[in-house]
Unconditional design. Sequence first.
Length: 308
Amino acid sequence: MTGARRLVAIDVGSNTVRALAADVMPDGQMMRLTDRFQMTALGRGLETGGDMDTVAIRQTAEFVARFLCEVGPVDGVYCVGTAAARDAGNTEELQRALHDMAGVELTVVTGAEEARLTFMGAIASIDSSAAVAPLVADVGGRSTELTVLRDGQVEVCSVALGARSLTENCLHCDPSSEEEMAAARYVVDGALAAYAEIMDGADLFIAAGGTACSAAMLAGGRWELGHSRLMHMQERLCRMTLEGRRAALAFDPSRAEIMCGGLILLERLAARAPDRCVIITTGGIREGLLLSGSGVQKFVPGRCASDL
């Protein structure tokens, strides 16, 4: 489009690499163009200081290269790595692969910066004007970012627990046993207890990330979910075998192996204010990157056809 600037944001996560292309219009608005994702599981089995899988690194770089070919010439690319890139001992290998195969420079962001960018993207994607203290929670693979806006100040924290790490540490049976599920809830509650000041008093709970969006799809496209529905969804899915979860998650079967852990995290977050609905948004760190880099304040309403 004449006069538009085309920008790309890439989130290299512990589970999934996600890419978003958007056009900044001459009138200052930003319009989503193309949204793609692929689960490459960079964080699978990763211990702090350990190495990301070389196949997963190659798959990540190949995905980014294909996406950039699809969208054509761009005016700017913002690419960040989150918890897996922060924790791994071979992050430079990932950076080299992205540079050599896709021509992209990967910046590894801190947990606090990840939370800030996610908050910016989530808030810009929904109407939160009536909220006094909105809270954004992003359940990732190895970490969960929490951000609240209170009295004009943004408070952020990064909890070192995500859908993949909780699954790998607590949920070993197929299907998960009652004892495992109870232990996972106990672990989550213990991890969240240290951040009660961030969460308590929030009057709007917004959930971002793959777990939250998949929960909305499981609920038939409902983007507001109460605690009781999340609890029922978690219990139903965790009692399925892996193959059963893949069938239930037909829109993204690759998420089946970590969805139970993600739902337990999301449900325990929602349990802190069980009388309020969780507002689920597709906005997140990529939108935050584009807004931060372009100076635009809002996206044109609407989702890409490929949004999940």
